[in-house]
Design a binder for this molecule. Structure first.
Ligand code: PTJ
Length: 262
């Protein structure tokens, strides 16, 4: 991928992310409202200081523990997630023994083809380069084991209408732990109602998804994906008394502190 972002620019990371989204839009991967959703995310990230907060670190550790202990974990990819964090999240799936499922809100056959083709290329790319701190011998096999689902859904998320409910019966419907970045509130609610652990990544601590999830990571998706990969190298144990509302409150406190300081 090429992009116009210049590393010496003070807002390089932000420009880089925007460049990736522009390219993904040109490749037909994104929903029409993807850039609006990103702008909302950017605004919250600005208020959070554009850093991974202490609460997000704790929530990422909890997510790693739950993913590592899962019987069947699935990481869901939508258009924005694919553009911003595909490689790191695929690496996470390989380490956690999870599958990946493209599951988009605004589903069209053209978008699904563009997203699947991007994901297949990303899988080849990450297979050919063993990450630091991971055993070189097993890496290729771990990546091979990640199934790329989404192309031929044969099931539906219960309680949801329309194409946004389509999913794989041996993917999202069979999972005990689901990672759903940048999720829509209705779908998050329907997934939680399935009785599984739902891990949401959302920069808005007040969104319905953030409030409903089992574990919410209030962090930018590409920072989260990098951090999750590090945590999955040495995951801790699950905290069965996890207090998600305390995590959301800590994000709101951070925003409040930043506003008071400025
Ligand atoms: O690819 P599709 O069809 O599944 O559509 C994806 C979008 C994101 C367009 C769709 O799910 C959507 O409209 O989402 P919402 O309802 O706007 O919610 C997106 C949430 O993600 C908002 O709360 C944003 O603050 C948050 N968000 C946006 N960018 C990021 C983010 N959170 C983490 N990292 C980001 N980069």
């Amino acid at each position: 991928m090429s992009h116009a972002a210049d590393p010496s620019h003070p807002r390089y990371k932000s420009l880089l992310a925007r460049g990736k989204l522009e390219e993904a839009a040109e490749a037909g991967m994104l929903a029409a409202s993807a850039l609006i959703a990103h702008g909302r995310g950017e605004a919250f990230d600005y208020l959070l200081g554009e850093v991974t907060t202490e609460g997000a670190v704790r929530a990422t550790k909890e997510a790693a523990a739950r993913l590592a202990a899962a019987e069947r974990a699935v990481i869901s990819f939508n258009g924005n997630t694919m553009a911003l964090a595909s490689d790191d999240l695929l690496r996470c799936a390989a380490l956690a023994g999870a599958d990946v499922e493209i599951n988009i809100f605004y589903r069209t056959p053209e978008r699904m083809i563009a997203l699947m083709s991007f994901l297949e290329d990303a899988k080849v790319r990450i297979r050919n380069s063993t990450p630091q701190g991971v055993n070189d011998d097993g890496w290729g096999e771990m990546v091979d084991d990640v199934r790329l689902l989404g192309a031929s859904p044969d099931g539906r998320i219960p309680g949801l209408e329309g194409p946004r409910a389509n999913c794989h019966s041996d993917g999202m419907l069979a999972a005990d732990v689901l990672v759903v970045p940048l999720e829509d509130g209705d779908r998050c609610e329907a997934l939680v109602a399935m009785g599984v652990d739902v891990i949401v990544i959302d920069l808005n601590p007040m969104s319905r998804s953030a409030k409903m999830a089992t574990v919410t990571i209030v962090d930018e998706i590409s920072r989260f994906a990098e951090n999750l990969f590090e945590e999955l190298k040495n995951p801790g144990v699950i905290n069965r008394n996890w207090d998600n509302s305390a995590i959301l409150q800590s994000a709101l406190d951070c925003i409040n502190d930043n506003l008071t300081k400025s």
